[in-house]
Design a protein around this ligand. Structure first.
Ligand code: TYM
Length: 342
């Protein structure tokens, strides 16, 4: 099995540099990554190749990549403990994705809900990359012998496909890949759109009131929460079907305060929606303010960020090469002696 040399279990996750991140990204993913650094050997990737499945402005994309690096660090990712890197700095991601695509069925990719959603939103550009996106994601994960992948609920289907691909290869050739498991937080794994709480909160949602960005000004955050869509039942309880807006606010309050559902009900059940909105906003702001302050400091020193990413790329490439050697050998492809010494 690849990567068996490391003592602590391996974690890999990533986010797309396609604009500012939302509190969905924060509670569903980034915040949990930070906590995992304690017990796991972590790699955090900026998945710029994935971002290209939707047309990007090159200059803007480069800026977003560095911004995302600053945001990872501002949230508490420590580049001395974890490997922080850019996906396109490690060519093996694309290489392994090709190999894995030969173990992936078209029917499996057609079932991916993210592909279906995105092809509806980008009707003029349903490119093959959008279709094979989950195979590249499988490569990201399998390249590093990953045990656990902390993600939001929306990525669960991609993780299942990754596991299926890994198992398929292992069944054919023996234990080539570590079969990864998703790690989905109890609270904050499915933060909903504040204007349409039946949908997930997305950084690319058109309506600004629909999404709260990690770097939003606290006054805007409060305003967005105050305008959040609820219902006319005048009752505060968890009921995703009948009261998705209220349930989303309660979930967010739990995620932001670290308190459970019972505490939330005890605190809010005899009150009005206004209190729930304002206190949820306040709890979120309290989490985000220190992140925003660190982001401002870190993003002022672009050269330092570039150095961190360059160092991360070296470490990630080394590990990726170990897996690639095994995979190429397993599939019967001759090893290039110029690439793999010794
Ligand atoms: P991306 O960039 O859309 O989102 C990054 C992370 O944020 C989570 N997330 C949410 N969690 C809760 N509520 C929400 N509303 C919400 N919106 C986003 C996502 O689940 C994700 O964990 N395909 C991935 C990126 C990726 C990746 C990987 C992740 C590429 N390769 C390998 C893990 C491992 C994506 O588009 O995430």
């Amino acid at each position: 099995m690849t990567q068996a040399h490391t003592a602590r279990p391996i974690v890999l996750s990533g986010a797309q540099p396609t604009g500012q991140l939302t509190i969905g990204n924060y509670y569903g993913a980034l915040r949990n990554w930070v906590a995992m650094q304690q017990d796991y050997d972590c790699l955090f990737c900026i998945v710029d190749l994935h971002a290209l499945t939707v047309r990007q402005d090159p200059k803007q994309l480069r800026q977003w990549i560095l911004d995302l690096a600053a945001l990872y660090l501002a949230c508490g990712i420590d580049p001395d403990r974890s490997i922080v890197f850019v996906q396109s700095h490690v060519p093996a991601h694309g290489e392994l994705a090709w190999l894995l695509s030969t173990f992936t069925q078209i029917g499996e990719l057609e079932r991916m809900t993210q592909f279906k959603d995105k092809s509806l939103r980008h009707k003029h550009n349903i490119n093959a990359g959008l279709f094979t996106y989950p195979v590249l994601m499988a490569a990201d994960i399998l390249l590093y012998g990953t045990h656990k992948v902390p993600v939001g609920e929306d990525q669960k289907q991609h993780l299942e496909l990754t596991r299926d691909i890994a198992l398929r290869v292992n069944n054919l050739y023996g234990p080539v890949f570590q079969v990864p498991e998703p790690l989905i937080a109890a609270e904050g794994a499915r933060v909903k759109d504040l204007q349409d709480p039946t949908k997930k909160m997305s950084k690319t949602a058109e309506a600004e009131l629909a999404r709260v960005m990690i770097l939003d000004d606290p006054r805007d955050i409060l305003k967005k929460f105050k305008k959040a869509v609820t219902d006319s039942r005048a009752e505060i309880r968890f009921d995703e079907e009948q009261q998705p807006g209220v349930t989303n606010l309660l979930d967010l309050w739990c995620a932001a305060t670290g308190r459970g559902r019972e505490a939330a009900l005890g605190h809010f059940s005899h009150h009005q929606y206004g209190k729930l909105k304002v206190e949820t906003a306040e709890a979120v702001i309290a989490n985000l303010e220190p992140v925003q302050a660190r982001f401002r400091e870190l993003s002022a020193d672009r050269a330092a960020l570039e150095r961190i990413l360059a160092a991360g790329a070296i470490r990630a490439r080394q590990r990726a090469e170990t897996t690639m050697k095994t995979v190429l050998e397993t599939l019967g492809l001759p090893l290039d002696p110029g690439r793999f010494h010794g």
